[in-house]
Design a protein around this ligand. Structure first.
Ligand code: SF4
Ligand code: SF4
Length: 582
């Protein structure tokens, strides 16, 4: 039966059909929907782990215990999970384990653009690259087979395009897999140096085997032969599928198994063509390897290193390669004519209160990854540095220890606190830091679509769970000053910040109010500006609430009732009591 599905749905389906028993992950666009779909299928245990490292370790434990397991994350998540993955490559697994990593070329929703093939090379693990949903399903099933065959995890690398684009995809039934009994073997599974050195040699042998096998595997590496083609293209993933369209006269070797490289296949394909062009999204990993084999190939001289390789960009590549003039087809309207629409906090977002409060003080704010990173934009403009998940706390600590004289405030979200904020907090208490910490706690992992986390009291399986208390954890870490504030109460936010910013020791403010997109008030109330009372001072615009409009600067602001959530924050800002909530 064929069903229209996204790449992420297809991965969930393929893993289920392959008999996966456990799946772990941390939400991150574009990978999030894999577990959200897998959890709906019977016979699989799924969980949101507190972070990607934990998810990787748990999936490894499950695979070592003899049942097929999967772990999912976005590319930056693999930075967090890289440590266990490196050693897992040495000790291997018992039942199949697939590591799904979704890259984001073009940085649609990511702070960096990373090419996960680097990690496959570094960890010496096989990597498969599906280009669309049918391949996502097929490749994840194949990945489990390869993983069991070589007794090592296999990485499945998707990109935003292959994760989210939808295709008619075949589905079948589930093949149940018996659990393989784990047998004690410390020389394999406890890589102390004396045994680790032997495992190291086996990893190299395994890669040689994989390179030879990959060269013969036509189910993953496919040649699209065009009669009498002089140009041969080496490519992989989504880019390879676009090449089929853009280069109708070229033969194309589409690598589905893109590391270890199938050297014999690369050599034989290249020998049949006069010119070789390597088209890969991301870094010139394949190009450099092909050149190291002595093959005269070209690649990044014509192909952009950054962003997605869309058909229109590849048309440009083709023109450059052929030495032709190329003028890109103009979109209907030049994008520079359009007003810029930077992302903003939603109307009624509780994070707005804490950033508005901070805007009244001369402080440095180190932020983190989540909706609250939008506090960096005007008119709030109250985040100065953002680094990585969990970095909001520790960046602040480092700046203060470096001698910054202004108060430094570190912000993380609730999900981020559990992900990697706790160790930063511990560091600050232990090493006698002097920063103000804020957890922007909206009771969910909002930015990726409202996933649960250890503080919400619910699991991905839909069961109630103990809800970890941020306050209790902070106190257990030794923090003496812990406060909770409702960020919609701007006066209280101001009072607390004034009290804590210069208190002389580390303190934590939990800014607690649920995300309004998840917990809408039962009765809709809206705010209204009374024009007769309004003095047109524009103070309410400083909140940056998208419900408050002021198109003509000479006119008084007004509130769009369709957008307004009735949070009431603007009523605190208007000194003239011109805003009323009804
Ligand atoms: S803050 Fe009050 S008085 Fe000032 S523009 Fe807004 S509604 Fe009018
Ligand atoms: S009450 Fe005011 S701040 Fe809150 S959503 Fe409505 S307009 Fe925006």
């Amino acid at each position: 039966m064929k069903t229209l599905m996204s790449g992420n749905e297809a991965i969930a389906m393929g893993a289920w059909e392959a008999g996966v028993k456990t799946a772990f992950g941390y939400p991150g666009t574009p990978s999030t929907e894999i577990l959200e779909n897998l959890v709906k299928l019977p016979g699989v245990y799924c969980e949101w782990s507190p972070n990607e490292k934990v998810a990787m370790e748990a999936a490894a434990g499950a695979a070592i215990a003899g049942s097929r397991s999967m772990v999912t994350m976005k590319h930056v998540g693999l930075n967090v999970a890289a440590d266990p993955m490196m050693t897992l490559s040495y000790i291997g697994i018992v039942a199949g384990m697939v590591i799904v990593v979704a890259d984001d070329p073009g940085q649609h929703s990511s702070q960096t653009e990373q090419d996960t093939r680097h990690y496959a090379r570094l960890a010496k693990l096989p990597i498969l690259e599906p280009g669309n949903a049918p391949e996502c399903r097929e490749f994840v099933m194949k990945a489990f087979e390869l993983s069991e065959h070589y007794r090592c995890p296999v990485i499945l690398r998707t990109t935003t395009c292959s994760s989210h684009s939808r295709f008619l995809t075949e589905t079948g039934g589930r093949t149940e897999k018996d659990t393989i009994r784990f047998e004690r073997n410390v020389q394999q599974f406890a890589p102390l140096p004396v045994w680790g050195r032997k495992l190291r040699v086996r990893v190299e042998e395994r890669m040689e085997m994989q390179s030879a096998d990959s060269a013969k595997d036509s189910s993953l590496n496919h040649i699209f032969e065009r009669p009498s083609a002089k140009l041969g293209i080496l490519s992989s993933g989504v880019a390879a599928l676009h090449c089929l369209e853009v280069f109708p006269d070229a033969s194309i070797l589409k690598l589905g198994w893109s590391w270890p490289f199938p050297d014999e296949l690369l050599r034989s394909f290249s020998a049949r063509h006069e010119k070789i062009l390597v088209i890969e999204e991301g870094d010139p990993i394949l190009e450099e390897h092909v050149k190291s084999l002595g093959i005269a190939a070209e690649g990044k001289k014509y192909v952009p290193r950054t962003g997605e390789l869309t058909p229109s960009r590849l048309t440009e590549v083709r023109a450059r390669f052929d030495g032709e003039e190329y003028s890109a087809v103009k979109p209907c309207r030049e994008s520079e004519d359009l007003p810029s629409r930077p992302p903003i906090l939603c109307a009624g977002c509780p994070h707005r209160g804490i950033f508005y409060g901070l805007s009244k003080f001369d402080v440095i704010v180190t932020g983190d990854i989540g909706c609250y990173s939008l506090g960096v934009f005007p008119p709030l403009s109250r985040t100065d540095v953002i680094l990585c998940m969990g970095g909001g706390f520790t960046l602040a600590h480092g700046m203060k220890k470096a001698g910054e004289t202004r108060p430094v405030v570190g912000i993380v979200g609730d999900s981020t606190f559990f992900h990697s904020g706790i160790t930063g907090l511990l560091d600050i208490v232990y090493n006698k830091g002097n920063v103000t910490l804020i957890v922007a706690d909206n009771r969910t992992t909002a930015m990726t679509g409202h996933q649960d986390h250890p503080g919400t009291g619910r699991t991905l399986m839909g069961e109630p769970a103990p809800a970890a208390s941020i306050e209790a954890i902070a106190k257990a870490c030794g923090l003496r000053r812990v406060f909770t504030v409702n960020p919609n109460d701007l006066e209280e936010v101001h009072r607390l910040l004034e009290q804590e910013l210069n208190c002389g020791e580390p303190s934590l403010i939990i800014s607690l109010a649920p995300c309004l997109l998840r917990e809408r008030p039962a009765k809709k109330r809206t705010a209204k500006i009374h024009p007769e009372t309004c003095k047109n001072c524009k103070m309410c615009l400083k909140l940056g609430c998208p419900a408050i409009e002021n198109h003509d600067k000479k006119e008084k602001p007004c509130i769009q009732p369709q957008l307004c959530t009735g949070c009431g924050m603007c009523t605190h800002v208007c000194k003239f009591k011109a805003i009323e909530i009804k």
